[in-house]
Write a protein that binds this ligand. Sequence first.
Ligand SMILES: Cc1ncc(COP(=O)(O)O)c(C=O)c1O
Length: 403
Amino acid sequence: MPRLAARTARIPPSPTMQVTATVDRLRRAGTEVIDFGAGEPDFPTPAPVKAAGRAAIDADFTKYTPASGLSELKRAITARYRADYGVDYAESEVVVTAGGKQALFNAALSLFGPGDEVVTHAPYWPTLPEQVKLADAAPVIVRTHAEEGFAIRAEPILAAITPRTRGIIVNSPCNPTGSLIAEAELAAIADLAAARGIWIVVDLCYEKLIYDEVPHNLPKVLADRCRDLAVLCGSASKAYAMTGWRCGWAIGPAPVIAAAGAIQSHATSNVSSITQKAAIEALTGSQAPVAAMLAEYRTRRDQLLAWLAEEPRLGCRRPAGAFYLFVDVGAVLSIDGFRTSADFARGLLEEARVAVTPGEAFDAPGFIRISYATSMDLLREGSSRLLAFVRAHADASRAGASR
Ligand SMILES: Cc1ncc(COP(=O)(O)O)c(C=O)c1O
């Protein structure tokens, strides 16, 4: 067989999706598993959004659309950002993409290339640095720290800038940590980016999932300071429980969006016409379902934290956004043969049938990510199995030590 392209050796498959694949395999084999790995809402897509999709099919709205998306949807996106953030964008500054993932990928391919460095923060959603590598550029990773609540701060990001830095990618709310970047920190990054001509890409896929009334108007901070350098990547996936529909968007300077649209026109063309009609309804219709889902996630977050607090060996922090607990299992790894958090996650799945994503997936060994986008009953059962698992191993290791 002739060899594969060199880039394939640089790109591993998505580790978060591997957890989903393992859970699927076990379930198909008849094994009951509690899945805390899934990075997607457990809620159904809101009824009016589903109805808009059905109406599109019934109206035979099933043909190609413009590759960069329907004008009506672009207007719905710009209207949403105007209402939510007070920023003004034109239709020519929006491309509709197959999820936030393609928005970010289009941005990486449009902005970065060989010899470029792109700074981002860890723990990270693994796709972000992999996309930079797919664009033949080099990710430069700056760490955020558990002791600081994984706050994304300007200072280390700015300190990582070199003459080769072409871009900075910020994800807030962050997957997996749930932390946010403060407006003032982003402002400091934006000012330097403006002075040095560095692109800023912001992954806002969890923008609707912020639990407290904290200032988080990142689009306005960027629009005021470096509008010509900023690309906002958003998604209907998490906000409207539409992960399978595949709809996201990139908003930014017209030349960047034109380039992103051209790339997409040769790669995937338009997002499904049906999905686009559904997304118009999601963005322009009542936002009450978003608020209801957020309230439910908040209740689950607080309850899950209360349950896990019973085990002092699990280090938990209250996340400000998204729907993940990023749990420090460092104290558990010293017991009973778990060398790594990947070992721990494997043991938890094999023995307790609870799937979590190991921190290694996010460049953060020593942690596990628990998704609370699942029902309260499953959270209760899964967290009780997790506690029992940790205790059983701690007891076994104590017994071993005393023998
Ligand atoms: C941080 C982050 N950004 C972007 C995405 C992309 O999601 P989608 O392509 O479904 O919009 C995800 C999905 O898990 C994510 O966690």
